[in-house]
Design a protein around this ligand. Structure first.
Ligand SMILES: C[S@@+](CC[C@H](N)C(=O)[O-])C[C@H]1O[C@@H](n2cnc3c(N)ncnc32)[C@H](O)[C@@H]1O
Length: 412
């Protein structure tokens, strides 16, 4: 034990817990053990080690294992992806590194093929191939009887140059009166306003603000005259059936009408986006039906309901397509038990992992853009701190050299 603090070094903690020092470092990195940096080593407070030891019989087995089973790749042993980590990479490669039948719920929202920055350069065919491949790769890793839930808009739109190129006759089209100078003046007067607030102030859309400031529309091209609109459900269902899943259910997420995200209403008779689908794909096997997962009022308000109503994320400046935490929270509560493993292979800003953490489930996150991985990690670190400070309201917020920490099961 350290002479200065009631704490153990990594080597000592490893011998107490019966793990290797490498595994103890892994537990620190993944937030299962609280630790303070001491030179090149870590110090683990005695109370935290004892709480960790006491709760080890209750912890899901996987959470204390660095890598579960091993697979052989060209003769080399490669560890399966560890739980409670966010990985940077293409999910088509990383899904192959998840242990078989180890995921109880995979919840994700793929790129929607509507021209977001992270989709640039991807053709429609490549997008379809991405979805089909990802669904196929899920079959091996989902536990029988459990689910993949795909959140996606009910229709997608993409440029199709084979469509008749007939321009709409926009008889009422007038240029918006808001000028760049007006936006710059408003920004000067209200420097803390984001583009939504500026739009409210000037009585125009948030896209007008973008166009005035950046000179063009940074979003997808839904309004071009050769825009195809296509239903997504058949595509998902066919991919699921081919992979071995069955469509089990679909629900509607009714979000706020996306007036500010859509230009359809001013250049066509198309409606604005105001709902998305949740497709539940079932892997054949025994499904545990536990009515105790939700309270009576939760069953009545949303558990048994086909339409879920909650707003989308308005301030999506960090990631342009975040879904609200309410979405994975409901799915995780409904379809898993504490200690189960939740996957999001299009992790974005880490919303599903935050929800999993809040509900005491393990997670694996995969995201191809490094900045989003970093964003997800910092959201998770914040979530862990938030959870801990509500359990220890009188504790001083740890300084930057403290590793992320787990939420102890017992407060002694
Ligand atoms: C619709 S967003 C998901 C947003 C997420 N639900 C959130 O709340 O932040 C899709 C994400 O998938 C990522 N992505 C796209 N293709 C990918 C791939 N092949 N492998 C991993 N991530 C990918 C994008 O970078 C983007 O962050």
């Amino acid at each position: 034990m350290s002479r200065h603090l009631d704490a153990y070094t990594v080597t000592k903690a490893a011998s107490i817990l019966g793990y290797t020092p490498q595994h103890v470092r892994h537990l620190i990195r993944t937030g299962h053990l609280l630790a303070f940096k001491a030179g090149r080593d870590w110090l683990i407070p005695r109370w935290d080690l004892e709480t960790f030891k006491d709760s080890s019989s209750e912890r899901p087995k996987e959470a204390s294992q660095p890598s579960g089973a091993l697979k052989t790749d060209n003769g080399n042993k490669t560890a399966w992806l560890a739980l409670n980590e966010v990985y940077c990479g293409d999910c088509r490669e990383l899904l192959e590194r998840i242990a078989p039948n180890s995921i109880q719920l995979s919840v994700w929202s793929p790129p929607y093929h509507v021209g977001k920055k992270y989709e640039s350069g991807q053709s429609y065919e490549e997008w379809v191939d991405l979805l089909e491949t990802v669904i196929r790769l899920h079959y091996r890793i989902i536990e029988p009887g459990q689910f993949v839930v795909v959140n996606i808009a009910d229709i997608l739109c993409f440029e199709d140059l084979s469509m008749p190129r007939i321009q709409a006759d926009l008889v009422s089209n007038k240029r918006h009166a808001v000028t760049r100078e007006m936006v710059l003046q408003a920004k000067k007067e209200y420097p803390s306003y984001d583009r939504y607030q500026l739009a409210d102030l000037l009585g125009c859309s948030e896209q007008t603000i973008d166009r005035r400031l950046n000179g063009n529309n940074v979003r997808g091209g839904k309004h071009s005259c050769q825009t195809r609109v296509k239903l997504v459900s058949a595509l998902i269902e066919d991919a699921a059936i081919q992979a071995g899943f069955y469509l089990y259910d679909r629900r509607i997420w009714h979000k706020d009408a996306a007036w500010q995200n859509s230009r359809w209403h001013n250049s066509s008779y198309r409606s604005v986006d105001e709902f998305e689908y949740l497709y539940f794909l079932w892997k054949p096997g025994v499904t545990v039906i536990d009515r105790n997962r939700l309270s009576n009022s939760e069953w009545q308000e949303w558990g048994s309901r086909g339409v879920w109503r909650f707003p989308s994320v308005r301030a999506n400046d960090l990631h342009e397509a975040m879904f609200p935490v309410e979405l994975p929270l409901r799915l995780i509560k409904l379809l898993t038990d504490p200690g189960h493993n939740v996957l999001d292979c299009f992790m974005g800003s880490g919303t599903s992992a935050v929800a999993a953490l809040r509900l005491g489930r393990n997670f694996i996150g995969i995201e191809k853009v490094r900045d989003y991985v970093d964003l997800a990690k910092s959201r998770l670190a914040f979530e862990r701190r938030r959870a801990q400070s509500s359990l220890f309201p009188h504790r001083v917020e740890p300084s930057a050299d403290v590793a992320p920490h787990r939420v102890p099961r017992h407060v002694t």
